[in-house]
Design a protein around this ligand. Structure first.
Ligand code: NA7
Length: 524
């Protein structure tokens, strides 16, 4: 198994409990995946912690106390370490070990997994728990590698933290990571330049501390909360307004959006059920958002640059913030519009745009990830007939249910393309996938079979189903990382399954109940 983030940790627990021998390789020197690497200031989850936590063990969910509605990165990392120790999982995880090759022995139907450290393991099943956001994107800016100041990437942040006091700092990127980090860096730095290529929609996070009473109430209702989450569109117990935006009155629209705005968080983009379906509905949300944001930015010309005009609200993952837009009212913060004046090169300690030069002590890349497929690509996976997965996916990822790939028997890619993935609460999604894989393994064993392999026709149908469902929404209309649009040369395919977490859960359960319809069951 590759990866010891939320998915890998639970997969280890579950499969080991089922009697399998499991070896996990993890590139990081600690467990936690995305929460191990992304230690930048302000890093926090945008799903409520009561929901963004494991449900598999009732005692665990009753005993753990979250201190805030949206936990910070250090708290989530403590939680996952707690889980690893509580269930004695560490002994099967080899840290600091990057997997370099995953090759099928077609005769024996076993996977040979090799690591940079020289490990060679032969396994019947290979589970990829790589995380969709694990391959940091370093932009190709001429001269970047020889930047004379301190260079950071939000997803590779130093463990001891960084003190920007008295420093001239540049941040490239205004996605979720940049939007969380920028207000914190602005409070420390002497001068902050934000280099923005695309403006982004962000809503107030609405974080609050949790007290004992709040926690007691959450825990008393956990079972119902989980049930609703599993049936929901995104893996949290949210219900949209019971009417379409296009059918709502102006008052209803204002009140519903205001209520969500006050609650805070990403669910703003799901206030109405049709918000991501038609541009008319989406525009009602966009207009409300715009009036709120314009009201907190002092300089209207800065507001103009910070308001997106190139994609519907929510068609890129909506960001959540703590006084992000207000940060531009500070006199030590300047916004550099890269659309008008692109970065041409890095020269010594300067970022040179087409019309100016910014001398910096530190440069922060908040430039995101080669998401969903970037880390899979690096594993050099070779399946039947010497076919590489990279070739099979050259025009975009092709899976059946996200879980099976034709020509790659017993290889399971968790929470990746073809599944709801990043559109859902990743912790419950990981549990859903791992439980499905564990059941499939048991099914094979009880039927005297050795392997499960997606059939090419099932893959073709699922790829079409995913693409048709995405086309019925506004999601493909943005140049988002969901579409691979942030990486030059990457195929433009909407990668996650957009039909909803609950619907997806039902589909994969029905496939299992029908004897793994669409998969070949290979006898020993
Ligand atoms: P994102 O959302 O991919 O944001 C990356 C940002 O970096 C975005 O504003 C990009 O602009 C910008 N970027 C990337 N390359 C460049 C170059 N070459 N020049 C200038 N600007 C650039 O990554 P995050 O880490 O913020 O968030 C990822 C997910 O983590 C997030 O959605 C949550 O789910 C958690 P662009 O928009 O491409 O013009």
């Amino acid at each position: 198994m590759v990866g010891a983030g939320f998915a890998g940790v639970y997969a280890l627990y579950k499969l080991r409990s089922q009697g399998l021998t499991v070896q996990v390789f993890e590139a990081g020197d600690g467990v936690g995946g995305v929460w191990y690497w992304n230690r930048y200031p302000g890093a926090r989850c945008d799903v409520e912690s009561v929901d963004y936590s494991y449900s598999f063990d009732e005692e665990l969910q009753q005993e753990w106390d979250w201190s805030e509605k949206y936990a910070t990165q250090p708290e989530i990392l403590r939680y996952i370490n707690h889980v690893v120790d509580r269930f004695d999982l560490r002994r099967n995880i080899k840290l600091g070990t990057r997997v370099t090759d995953v090759v099928l022995d077609e005769e024996k139907l076993r996977w040979e997994v090799r690591t940079e450290a020289g490990d060679v393991v032969s396994a019947r099943f290979c589970v990829l728990a790589l995380g969709p956001l694990s391959n940091a994107n370093i932009p190709s800016i001429p001269g970047l590698e020889s930047f004379a100041g301190d260079l950071y990437h939000t997803a590779r942040w130093p463990h001891d933290g960084v003190d920007f006091t008295g420093k001239r700092v540049g941040v490239i990127g205004t996605g979720s990571s940049g939007i969380q980090a920028i207000p914190c860096i602005a409070r420390q730095a002497e001068q902050l330049y934000v280099f923005q290529r695309s403006a982004n929609y962000s809503v107030p996070a609405g974080n609050v501390p949790l007290d004992d009473a709040a926690r007691r109430e959450q825990k008393a209702n956990y079972a119902e909360r989980r049930r609703l989450s599993m049936e929901s569109g995104g893996g949290s117990p949210h219900q949209p307004y019971p009417k379409r935006a296009v059918d709502a009155t102006a008052d209803e629209l204002r009140n519903a959006y205001e209520k969500r705005w006050q609650l805070g968080g990403v669910l703003f983009s799901k206030t109405f059920p049709d918000q991501m379906i038609t541009i008319e509905a989406n525009d009602t949300a966009r207009r409300f958002w715009e009036s709120k944001v314009r009201a907190v930015i002092d300089d209207p010309s800065v507001a103009e640059l910070l308001i997106p005009n190139d994609h519907p609200i929510g068609s890129k993952r909506i960001c959540t913030d703590d006084n992000y837009f207000q940060t531009y009212n500070r006199n030590n913060v300047a916004l550099v519009n890269l659309r008008a004046t692109p970065i041409e090169r890095i020269d010594g300690a300067s970022v040179r745009t087409s019309d100016a030069s910014y001398v910096l002590d530190a440069l922060v890349l908040a430039t995101g990830f080669d998401a969903m497929t970037g880390s899979v690509e690096k594993l050099n996976i070779v399946g039947r007939g010497g076919q590489t997965l990279n070739d099979v996916w050259a025009e975009g990822p092709k899976t059946y249910l996200g879980l099976g790939i034709a020509g790659f028997p017993n290889l399971f890619n968790l929470t990746g393309p073809g599944s709801p993935s990043v559109l859902a609460n990743m912790v419950l999604h990981s549990e859903l996938h791992v439980d499905w894989v564990a059941d499939a393994v048991r099914y094979l064993d009880t039927h005297g079979a050795v392997a499960l392999e997606a059939r090419p026709d099932a893959v073709a149908d699922w790829v079409k189903e995913c693409s048709d469902r995405a086309a019925g929404t506004l999601m493909p209309s943005a140049n988002s990382w969901y579409m691979g649009a942030n990486i030059p040369g990457k195929p433009r395919v909407f990668m996650p399954f957009v039909g909803g977490f609950g619907v997806y859960g039902q589909i994969i359960a029905e496939v299992a109940a029908a004897g793994y319809k669409g998969f070949d069951i290979i006898e020993g």
